[in-house]
Design a protein around this ligand. Structure first.
Ligand code: GDP
Ligand code: MN
Length: 405
C-alpha cells in the first residue's frame, strides 16, 4: 500500500524496510479510532467521539457531542488532512453534509467507509510523539518534536535536529527522567510536563503490550484551554505477534487490505506484494529470497515474495498462482520449486488446476527439481511453460521474457 508512511518511521534509516512499503506488510495497521481507543485505555487523553458509517449517524453523533466537531476519514493511509479527508463542522447539519462528502471519497485509492466524529479541539500547538523500533540500535526509540502536525515528514527531511530521539532500554522501560528530557528538548511549557510524562508512559506501555512496531500521536495538541490531547493516533502491530492478541486480530479491516494479501492469508501462504513485474512462486522463504535476489542480479524485479511452504497441497499451489496472475503488473512468472518435503508432482497438479481457471496471458518459466521432479515435468509437458534446469537459467529466462524478449 504505497503512500502509507507512518510519520515516525522515516526518521530511521534502518526502518527503511517499512518506509519502502515492503516490510510494512508484515504489520497490521490499525485505524485512527482503534489506535485512540487503545491509547485511552493507557491514560492518554483523547477527544470525545465515535465512528459513523453514514451521514445520519454522523449528524446524530455531532448532536450528542453538542459542539463543533471534526469529521475524519478512517482509511489506512497517512496525509488524510492534505487529501481533504479531515474537515471541521460547526453544526450537526454541516457534519452530516461533510460526512456524506467524505464517505464518497477515495483517499490514495482507498474508499472511505467510516468517519470518526470527534469533538473539535481548539489547537494552539501541534506536537509529534511516536515510538518505533530502531533496528540499528536494537532498541525502541521515542521521538518527539514541537513541529508536529501534517508537515512532520518535511521537518524530518529538512531540519531533523528539531526531532528529539531517546532510546528506551526494553528491560528498564521508559524512565521518567527520559520523558522530562524530551519535554525539555521540545521546549514544552513546564505546566504540561506531568501529563506529558503520563502520556509518554502510556504510549510506551501500549507499544509494548500490543507488540506494536509503531505507536504514534501526531498531533498531540495543546488546546486553547491549555490541555494536552491526542488528536490523531496510529498503531502498527507486528503480524507475527498477533497470535497472542486475539482482540487486536479482530480489528483487522479486511475491506482496506489488498485482496491478494487477504486471499494469501486464507490459504496460509506467505505473500508480500512488491513493485516489480516478475511474479514468483517458490517453496521456502530462503529459496524465495534467493530467487528474488537472482532476478535482481540479472536486471529484473520481482512483483512479489511468495513462499508456498513445505509440503504444499495442489489447492495451495493453485491459490498461489491465481494470486500471482491477478496482479496486472505481472509480465512473467517464475516458478522455482526445490522438492524436498514438497513433491513436484503435487505442485504440477496445482499448477494444472490453476491454469484451467486462469488462462495466463504471460509467459511462465519453471524450474522443478527434487522429489518426483520427473513426474512433475511430465505432467506439465503440454502446459506450454518455459523450462529451466538451473536457477540462474530460470532467472535469465524470466527476466528476458518479462522484457518482451
Ligand atoms: P492526518 O492528516 O491523516 O495525519 O490526520 P490528522 O488527524 O493528524 O489531522 C490533520 C490535521 O488536521 C491536524 O494536524 C490538525 O491540524 C487538523 N485537525 C485535526 N483534528 C482537529 C481538530 O479537532 N481541530 C482543529 N482545529 N484541527 C484539527
Ligand atoms: Mn496525523
Amino acid at each position: 500500500m504505497e503512500g502509507f508512511t507512518p510519520h515516525g518511521i522515516i526518521f530511521l534509516p534502518l526502518a527503511r524496510m517499512y518506509d519502502s512499503s515492503k516490510g510494512e506488510k508484515t504489520c497490521m495497521k490499525l485505524h485512527e479510532y482503534q489506535s485512540k481507543q487503545i491509547f485511552a485505555k493507557y491514560g492518554i487523553p483523547i477527544p470525545r467521539g465515535r465512528v459513523a458509517a453514514t451521514s445520519d449517524e454522523a449528524k446524530q453523533i455531532a448532536k450528542e457531542l453538542g459542539s463543533r466537531v471534526v469529521i475524519k476519514s478512517q482509511v489506512l493511509v497517512g496525509g488524510r488532512g492534505k487529501a481533504g479527508g479531515i474537515r471541521l463542522a460547526k453544526t450537526p447539519d454541516e457534519a452530516a453534509d461533510l460526512a456524506s462528502q467524505i464517505l464518497a471519497m477515495q483517499i490514495k485509492g482507498l474508499p472511505v467507509r467510516k468517519v470518526l466524529v470527534d469533538e473539535a479541539a481548539n489547537i494552539e500547538m501541534e506536537i509529534y510523539l511516536g515510538i518505533t523500533n530502531d533496528r540499528l540500535a536494537h532498541k525502541p526509540v521515542i521521538m518527539a518534536s514541537a513541529a508536529g502536525g501534517v508537515e512532520i515528514e518535511e521537518v524530518a527531511r529538512l531540519s531533523p535536529e528539531k526531532i528529539i530521539k531517546v532510546h528506551i532500554d526494553p528491560l528498564l522501560g521508559l524512565r521518567d527522567y527520559q520523558s522530562r528530557d524530551i519535554a525539555a528538548g521540545i521546549d514544552l511549557p513546564r505546566d504540561h510536563w506531568r501529563l506529558f510524562g503520563q502520556i509518554a508512559r502510556g504510549l510506551w506501555q501500549a507499544f509494548q503490550d500490543c507488540d506494536a512496531t509503531l505507536a504514534e500521536i501526531n498531533p498531540l495538541v495543546i488546546t486553547s484551554e491549555n490541555r494536552l490531547l491526542a488528536v490523531d493516533g496510529k498503531m502498527l502491530i507486528d503480524d507475527n505477534a498477533l497470535f497472542r492478541h486475539p482482540d487486536l486480530s479482530e480489528m483487522r479491516d479486511l475491506d482496506e487490505e489488498a485482496s491478494s494479501e487477504t486471499e494469501a492469508r486464507r490459504y496460509g501462504l506467505s505473500f508480500i506484494k512488491l513493485d516489480g513485474n516478475i511474479g514468483c512462486m517458490v517453496n521456502g522463504a530462503g529459496l524465495a529470497m534467493t530467487t528474488m535476489d537472482i532476478i535482481k542480479l540479472y536486471g529484473g524485479a520481482p512483483t512479489n515474495f511468495l513462499d508456498i511452504g513445505g509440503g504444499a497441497s495442489s489447492e495451495k499451489v493453485a491459490a498461489a498462482l491465481r494470486i500471482i496472475l491477478s496482479d496486472p503488473n505481472v509480465k512473467a512468472v517464475l516458478i522455482n520449486i526445490f522438492g524436498g518435503i514438497t513433491r513436484c508432482d503435487e505442485v504440477a497438479r496445482g499448477i494444472l488446476v490453476a491454469l484451467k481457471e486462469v488462462k495466463p496471458k504471460v509467459p511462465m518459466v519453471i524450474r522443478l527439481v527434487g522429489t518426483n521432479a520427473e513426474e512433475g515435468r511430465r505432467m506439465l509437458a503440454d502446459a506450454q511453460m518455459i523450462t529451466a534446469e538451473t536457477l540462474v537459467d530460470a532467472a535469465k529466462k524470466a527476466v528476458a521474457v518479462a522484457k518482451g524478449g
